[in-house]
Each structure stands twice: as C-alpha cells, then as structure tokens.
Design a protein. Structure first.
Length: 227
C-alpha cells in the first residue's frame, strides 16, 4: 500500500475558519450589496449586475496576487521608513490591483460586455462607474487590514500560496457561474432577475465570509491511498 504524502494535495490542507474584524466583515457585505442595490433601487439592468459581479470577482483575484507580491517585497526589504512612503506604496498597490481587475474583467466578462453594450443604456454609464468606484472604496479598508495582518503573521510566500491558491480557484468557478447565468438571465423576467440576484449575492457573501467551507466544496476528489 502506497503511503500518502503531503504532495498528494499540496494546496488543499484543511483551512481553519478565518476570523474577520468587524470592519472586514462590513466591507465584504457592503461591496457585494452594491450591484444588488443598483438593481433594486436604481433600476439597474441584468447586464450591469453581471458586469459588476464579474468585476467584484476580478478585483478579489487581482488583490490576492498584488497583496502577495507586496507582502513578499516588504518582508525582503524591511518596514517602510515613514508613514508617507507607506501610504504611497499602498495607493500604488491599489492602483495596480484596479488595473489588473479591469483586465481580468475583460477576460472573464467580454461576452457579457458585448451583451450590455447592445442595450439602450450601453456599457459605459455613470451608474456603472460609480458602482465600480464604490466597490473599490468599500473593499480597501478590509484589504489594507489583510495586508497588515499578513505582514504580522510571519507566513512565508509558500504558506500564503497554500492559503490563497484554492481561494482563487473558487473565485474562478464563481466567474464561470456568472458566465453561465448570463445566457439565461433575460428569460427570468424582472422578478426572476431580482430573486436570482439575491441568491448570487448571498452565495458570494457566504463565500467570502466562510472561505474554509467554500474551499471544501471545491476540493478535488482524490483516489484513496494505495489505489
């Protein structure tokens, strides 16, 4: 019988439940409610909800990568000499995350973007721009706390990769869900759209508040040792 080794599932070690600060919890909830608020209270379209959902996913993936690089760089170079440099570095990091998010949104959501562009409202609207800005603003405090927490934790790059890589997979799967939903959402009618949007929003909030459980749901099935 073959002995099971740690290399069988290198990035699927059990993930303990992550404890969020009240600020992190609040920012997670609010950033996911923004597309829903636009749909319920500002007569937003299905396309806008889908695009904002894709941007939310892309922004999370981009920030996982940029935060990881920033933490590794800071661990190598040591702490910043003054608060001004710290603020400038954080703003630069956030800007890079936004740019990468827009690229990923294009990659994941180009079909949805074509669909939205064909509607009377078009793709680039003030409401969409303000919603994107609101998502970034409300996400930033929680991301900064995560950045500071990773610096204090003492985890090395490999340990952070083991924590983050499965979470990226979960978000990619969620992007696939949005892509599939885009093909049917116009058939739901207005009430069906609102119900679907609430379900998707609740799923995404649960995903970010309980990444340990979501990661278990997407764990790849492996053969038993010795098979």
């Amino acid at each position: 019988m073959r002995k099971r080794t740690s290399n069988d599932e290198p990035y699927w070690a059990p993930l303990p439940r992550q404890r969020f600060t009240p600020t992190q919890t609040l920012t997670i909830v609010i950033r996911h409610l923004i597309p829903l608020i636009g749909l319920f209270f500002y007569d937003g379209s299905a396309g806008q909800f889908l695009i904002l959902s894709v941007f939310n996913i892309a922004f999370t993936i981009a920030c996982i990568g940029t935060l990881g690089i920033a933490v590794s760089t800071r661990q190598e170079n040591g702490p910043s000499p003054n608060i001004a440099d710290e603020i400038v570095a954080w703003l630069l990091l956030l800007t890079i995350g936004i740019v990468v998010s827009l690229v990923l949104t294009t990659m994941f959501g180009w079909v949805i973007a074509i669909f939205v562009a064909a509607t009377p409202e078009g793709l680039f609207t003030a409401a969409l721009a303000w919603s994107v800005l609101a998502i970034v603003v409300f996400a930033s405090p929680g991301l900064f706390q995560q950045y500071r927490s990773d610096l204090r934790s003492g985890m090395n790059e490999e340990q952070r990769k083991q924590r983050d890589q499965p979470n990226v997979l979960v978000h990619v799967l969620c992007a696939g869900l949005i892509f599939m939903l885009s093909g049917y959402i116009n058939d739901f009618g207005r009430h069906g759209l609102l119900i679907a949007a609430v379900i998707v929003t609740a799923l995404f909030i649960f995903r970010d508040l309980r990444p340990d459980l979501m990661r278990e749901l997407t764990r790849p099935k492996t053969r038993p040792p010795g098979s």
